[in-house]
Design a protein around this ligand. Structure first.
Ligand code: 4NP
Length: 163
């Protein structure tokens, strides 16, 4: 069976989307589903390309048992839009930027906002924690843990309907 491919996207690919990637990989591992999914992350910008995740983000994630191992890279158009099945932005600006970069209408249907999959939280975006304090990094992880569970349930329901 083909793997389901998910790309998480934020502005710099050093805080939110690397965390989303790691949270989703951790959930898949716990559920024994890792071999059925390909998970990656990317940034709208290339400002931090080649860098590991932000040290503060890494510390907050490690406190929850989550290791951030990805290296920042920018979104590649058209390749990423063709390759991935789900492309998940963190806020409205990410959504606009993804739609601008998307090569065609068919692939635009793959683009979703992360917080639309939250079950517990009512935030309408995952706020950029870069210029804020510790509470911002904790909020990112709270929202991502909630949304990753919801996204996985959504995908599993979608896959069931196909068969
Ligand atoms: P991210 O956070 O988009 O969650 O990776 C940011 C990282 C860097 C910058 C902004 C947001 N920056 O302006 O450099």
């Amino acid at each position: 069976m083909d793997k389901t491919k998910i790309l998480f996207v934020c502005l710099g690919n050093i805080c939110r989307s690397p965390s989303a990637e790691a949270v989703m990989k951790s959930i898949l591992e716990q559920q024994g589903l890792s071999d059925q999914y390909e998970i990656d992350s990317a940034g709208i910008t290339a400002y931090h390309a080649g860098e590991p995740a932000d040290q503060r983000m890494q510390r907050h994630a490690v406190n929850r048992g989550i290791t951030l191992s990805s290296i920042s890279r920018p979104v590649k158009s058209p390749d990423d839009f063709r390759h991935f099945d789900y492309i998940i932005g963190m806020d409205d600006q990410n959504m606009d930027d993804l739609l601008l970069r998307c090569p065609d209408e068919t692939n635009a249907a793959k683009i979703h906002k992360m917080t639309n999959f939250c079950k517990q939280h009512t935030h309408d975006s995952v706020p950029d924690p870069y210029y804020g304090g510790a509470a911002g990094f904790e909020l990112v992880l709270d929202l991502l843990e909630d949304a990753c569970e919801g996204l996985l349930n959504h995908i599993q329901r979608n896959e069931q309907q196909k068969h």
